[in-house]
Ligand binder design. Structure first.
Ligand SMILES: [Zn+2]
Length: 125
């Protein structure tokens, strides 16, 4: 159920409560009972609708987190100097030919957009 549906039931429920107040004034057991049944059904329906809405919100929250992390990973890394659109991602890493014994690496970075490749001398902290 969508929010319009929830608001409709909530409005109907408030109407029933108002009617019940009127029934109370000039007490009529049959219409009181019927109004109580309707009230109970509406509140049950509202509860189910709110449970559905909560689950839907959780699912949307998870989806937003997933998209945020995807955007962050797309924005991470250096911008490509050739196409200026893609990001340079490390696609290979080998021990540096001269400084490998010090833990240095020779890394190949590849543009996610145009495929341009560059080599980088990586020095550990
Ligand atoms: Zn590029």
């Amino acid at each position: 159920m969508d929010f319009v549906g929830i608001m409709t039931i909530a409005g109907q429920t408030l109407g029933i409560i108002k009617d019940l107040r009127d029934v109370e004034r000039d007490f009529d057991a049959a219409s009181y009972k019927s109004q109580m049944t309707e009230l109970y059904n509406n509140v049950s329906e509202l509860r189910m609708a709110l449970t559905d809405a909560r689950e839907e919100l959780h699912a949307k929250g998870r989806e937003i987190e997933e998209l945020k992390s995807r955007i962050a990973s797309m924005q991470s890394g250096e911008q490509c100097a050739i196409c200026e659109e893609g990001r340079l991602k490390v696609t290979a890493s080998v021990a540096h030919p001269h400084f490998g014994m010090l833990g240095h690496q020779l890394r190949t970075v590849t543009c996610t957009n145009c495929g341009h490749k560059e080599e980088r001398h990586y020095r550990p902290e």
